[in-house]
Design a protein around this ligand. Structure first.
Ligand code: ADP
Ligand code: MN
Length: 255
C-alpha cells in the first residue's frame, strides 16, 4: 500500500513556524482513522499524489495542500471530533435538499460536505469564479488549489489595493452575487473579505467557503443575502464605495 508522502516544503512560510506539538494536536483531531482510510483510498486511486502541509485551521474544518495527478489541490477536511456544528445544523435542517438525513453529527457533516461540493458546482456553472470542485467523500472535499507554487492566493482582507482596483474588484463581486442569485439560485450566506481570495495576476476575486450557501427556497435566504451585502459594503467603504445596502440588495435581485 502506497503511503501518503508528506511534503514539508508545502508549508507556507508563516505557518511553518507552528510548533510541532500544536501541529500534532491539530492532526490528531482531524486525521482520525476513517478520515485516514479515505485519504489512503484516494491516494491509491491516484486522485491525491501527495499530501502537503496545512493551509488553514478553521472552526469546523482544516484545509491542506496536496498534489494531484495534474494540478495542485486543496483538501478541506471537516473535523468529526471537534467541530462546532450547531451553526451547520441550523443551516442544513431548513434546506429542502437535506430534509431526510438522520440527525446525527457525522451524517450532518457528510451532508454539509456534499452540499459544499454541489454549491461550488452550481456557482461555477453560473459563471462565478470558485475553486473547481473535484469530489466529496464523507467529510473530505477536494477542490482546485487557488494559488501558485504551494502558496495560496491572499484573502481580500489581506490585499492592499488602490481605490480603482478596489472598485473593479467590488463590481465583479456584485456581479458574482447577482449570478449566484439569478443563475445558481444561491446565496453565499457567509460572504465577506474572509471568504474571497484575490488572484494577484489579474486582481480578480474568487469566492470560497460555500458549505453554508443556501438555495432561494431557504426561509432565510434574503436575510442572508442582505447580510452578505452589508459585509461587502462595510469592507469596501474604506475605498470610498458608498452604495446603500437596500439599493445593492435590490440590484442583485433585479431581472
Ligand atoms: P473555513 O470554514 O475554515 O473558513 P474556508 O473554506 O474558508 O474554510 O478555507 C479556509 C482557508 O483555507 C481560506 O481562508 C483560504 O486561505 C484557504 N483555502 C480554502 N480553499 C482554498 C483553495 N481552494 N485554494 C487555496 N486556498 C484555499
Ligand atoms: Mn472561511
Amino acid at each position: 500500500e502506497k503511503k501518503i508522502r508528506r511534503i514539508d516544503s508545502a508549508k507556507d512560510k508563516s505557518r511553518a513556524r507552528e510548533k510541532d506539538s500544536d501541529r500534532l494536536k491539530v492532526e490528531e483531531n482531524v486525521f482520525d482513522v476513517p478520515t485516514l482510510k479515505i485519504l489512503y483510498t484516494l491516494s491509491n486511486k491516484g486522485v491525491i499524489k501527495a499530501m502537503g502541509g496545512s493551509i488553514s485551521t478553521g472552526k469546523e474544518a482544516n484545509v491542506f495542500y496536496a498534489e494531484g495527478p495534474d494540478k495542485e489541490l486543496a483538501i478541506k477536511i471537516y473535523r468529526i471530533a471537534s467541530s462546532t456544528f450547531r451553526a451547520m445544523d441550523a443551516y442544513i435542517m431548513k434546506d429542502p435538499r437535506f430534509t431526510n438525513i438522520r440527525n446525527k453529527k457525522r451524517d450532518i457533516i457528510f451532508a454539509w460536505t456534499r452540499k459544499e461540493l454541489q454549491n461550488l458546482k452550481r456557482a461555477k456553472s453560473a459563471g462565478v469564479r470558485v475553486p473547481e470542485p473535484i469530489l466529496a467523500e464523507k467529510n473530505i472535499l477536494i477542490m482546485e488549489f487557488m494559488g501558485e507554487k504551494e502558496a495560496p492566493y491572499p484573502l481580500l482582507k489581506n490585499t492592499h489595493l488602490e481605490n480603482e482596483e478596489a472598485k473593479s474588484i467590488f463590481d465583479i463581486i456584485v456581479e458574482y452575487m447577482r449570478l449566484l442569485y439569478k443563475k445558481a439560485n444561491l446565496v453565499h450566506a457567509d460572504l465577506s473579505e474572509y471568504n474571497i481570495l484575490i488572484d494577484p495576476n489579474n486582481l480578480t476575486p474568487i469566492f470560497i467557503d460555500m458549505g453554508q450557501s443556501v438555495t432561494l427556497e431557504h426561509p432565510n435566504a434574503r436575510e442572508f443575502l442582505y447580510r452578505d451585502v452589508q459585509n461587502i459594503l462595510r469592507f469596501f467603504s474604506r475605498y470610498g464605495i458608498k452604495d446603500k445596502p437596500e439599493d445593492l440588495f435590490k440590484k442583485i435581485q433585479a431581472e
